[in-house]
Design a protein around this ligand. Sequence first.
Ligand code: RIB
Length: 289
Amino acid sequence: MKSSPRIRVIGSINLDIVARVHALPRPGETVSGGVLAHYPGGKGANQALAARKLGAQVSMFGCVGKDAARGQALALLQAHDVDLHGVTVLEDIATGVALIAVDEAGENQIVVAPGANGQVSSATLSDLSGEFDATLCQLELPVETIAYVAARVKGLLCLNLAPAQPLPQAILDRADILVVNETEAAFYGDQLHRSKALIIQTLGAAGAVASQNGKEIARSASPAVTPIDTTGAGDTFVGAFMVAFLSQGSVAQALAYACAAGAVATLTAGAQTSMPTPDQVTALLDRTA
Ligand code: RIB
């Protein structure tokens, strides 16, 4: 167990362009009156920052374009001393962008234009040799890149299967920890159950459950909060779970900590702008104990 675990995140880096609206548009509908904001985002970068702010040493691996968006996309990772030596700046391609609408209840709709994230490959990940306590990936990179990472990295591998997409069983079999939400759990179905990994399933406001080999190991409720913006809450959960699990070694404690961290993240607008400090997480846990 480590007081400051070393985590390598291999994943997406986006600029989130967010419109806050009264209600999310239905297909074919135009909703006006939105209020616009830009925030750093991307599931990889979000999880990297969440883990860093909660005490991990974090190295980020990914790609951005040589454009103005990359400065905004990387700003908070830089400000919080995430190691960015593994981030490659590519010519002639845009930094990933997510177009996000957030409604009054904090729910969102997200469309991602991956840009440079789609170029993360064995060529841009030339050095996977560093010493880390865990490697953390999501599915906003090409599947062949995830397969390469899964086959090459040594040690504990956590895969957040978001957003869900078809994957070879070998990737799931290599993972030590799989994190899914309810939609992703339904998408992977039997594939998930064939895996021997520790499976962490988030249940939205209802909390999260951990299971392995078909047996429930732990379950945690989520502290009740009134959300402002749920964007990045799932990423905060993943980053927080990894930090707590690697630091304390208890799945039950890590689950409770991650649920509280995810709840705090819903209280502020934006993805990375909402990632909590340890004090904020502890305060919410104390309040709801
Ligand atoms: O999980 C939230 C993230 O998904 C956003 O920050 C957006 O960039 C998309 O990748």
